[in-house]
Ligand binder design. Structure first.
Ligand code: V47
Length: 402
């Protein structure tokens, strides 16, 4: 298909993209300002296909949120609770093992572990948690603790940031998730997450993590009070750090969900802005391999379209998502791998199950899936389509979820 541009402001930016030149601050603002969504999508898809062809990744993962007790009280958040508030919880380590074992029986290759900033838990709770998971489930990648949690843990442990990261790594942390970045600009942070780690500090902890060999993801929370310029500034700060360390694995634009937060008066996000953010991320972040369309947040329908707007990953099966669901997300808490694969295929892409670091997963080398049958790989060609992984189940699943 030919590129057709209806927005004259986009033409010089499009020329740069087609020439493979790096975009600057003003280009980023022009992209955000443009409502020529088809041209944005065309350009982002062009870059995406040059890098990844039709390959589209997903993983089988499980979220574990050890506690929702949090002293930060960010206005953007509906998940955190005061210790005495209704619904506040903290898992005993046995409860963590139980959830993890369930995840493994469903085929998880990754535990995504994030939680609140708890005022009373000792540092040893977190290192024991990680060590215990590694001992029990050595094959599962532990993507644990945002830069914000790392800073808080360093206070609790009375350690410097490098030593805290080292202690977490020694306990078994394999990489860090991308949360807590929000929008780096201090004007915005003052309103949406006043007491949280500053943008500067977030970046410096990420730098330190990368330096000691812990890779991480990066995010941007958009759709609240930030300006276009503040979005671009955020993306360019990430790009600069990626130039320096190469330690970021994937970027995930996160759409703000206002329900049940102190910012509930703000309007709910739109599909238009969601696609625009995926496309701009792909175009500005020329040194990030992977741009994730997080289906939990976008809905599976928009995430699927995003696979043609620059994204090359749809995230994972997830299982038990709390942060977005506390903020009113109406998506399922779990999408079976069969359904993720179908979303990807029907977008004309080729699904590849990956591990956290984007290596293709060879299921024959992993423990068998003993429950959560809808995560089982499809039967080998020629094998009878019966049992848990069979086509009958696939049909049922699709009717229910799509
Ligand atoms: O940092 C909190 C955001 C993030 C709300 O690294 C909210 O693979 C919208 O970082 N509305 C946590 N967003 C989620 C996250 C993440 C998700 C998926 C994959 C990865 C990864 C990371 O969620 C927080 C914050 O930015 N958040 N509250 C809310 N009301």
């Amino acid at each position: 298909m030919e590129l057709q541009i209806t927005d004259a402001q986009l033409k010089p930016v499009a020329e740069k993209v087609l020439a493979g030149a790096r975009l600057g601050f003003d280009d980023g603002v022009a992209l955000y300002r443009s409502n020529d969504l088809l041209a944005l999508g065309w350009l982002a898809n062009h870059v995406r296909e040059k890098r990844h062809g039709h390959t589209t990744y997903y993983n089988v993962n499980r979220h574990i949120n050890p506690t929702n007790v949090c002293v930060a009280h960010c206005r953007l958040c509906a998940f955190g609770r005061s210790p005495e508030a209704a619904g506040a919880y903290t898992y005993a380590l046995d409860e963590v093992w139980e959830r993890a074992a369930q995840g493994v029986s469903e085929g998880a290759t990754e535990f995504h572990i994030v939680g609140g900033l708890h005022p009373d838990l000792p540092f040893s709770y977190f290192t024991d948690l990680i060590r215990g998971l590694k001992q029990r489930f050595a094959h599962v990648h532990l993507k644990a603790f945002t830069m914000v949690e790392v800073q808080y843990l360093s206070k609790i442990a009375a350690l410097r940031i490098p030593e805290t990261l080292r202690a977490l790594k020694d306990a078994g942390v394999d990489s860090l998730p991308g949360g807590g970045a929000e929008i780096f600009n201090p004007r915005v942070r003052k309103v949406i997450c006043d007491h949280k780690t500053s943008g500067q500090m977030w970046l410096s902890i990420a730098r330190e993590a990368h330096r000691i060999g812990l890779r991480s993801n990066a995010t941007m929370l958009y759709g609240h009070i930030e300006t276009r310029e503040e979005r671009v500034e955020h993306l360019l700060l990430l790009r600069a750090l990626q130039d320096e360390t190469g330690g970021f694995v994937a970027f995930i634009p996160l759409e703000f969900h206002p329900a049940n937060t102190a910012l509930a008066h703000l309007p709910t996000p739109t599909g238009f802005d969601a696609l625009k953010n995926i496309a701009v991320a792909r175009l500005l972040l020329d040194n990030f391999e992977h741009i994730k369309a997080y289906w939990i947040m976008l809905t599976p329908r928009i995430a699927q379209i995003a696979l043609r707007w620059g994204a090359n990953d749809i995230d994972g099966t997830v299982i038990e998502e709390k942060i977005y669901h506390d903020a009113g997300a109406t998506t399922e808490q779990f999408t079976p791998r069969m359904d993720l694969e179908r979303l990807i295929r029907e977008a004309g892409r080729v699904p590849v199950e990956r591990d956290t670091l984007y290596r293709p997963v060879d299921r024959s080398k992993l423990p068998p899936i003993t429950s959560g049958h809808r995560n089982a790989p499809p039967p080998a060609p020629g094998a009878p389509a019966s049992g848990n992984g069979g086509l009958v189940q696939l049909d049922t699943t699709l009717t229910l979820n799509l």
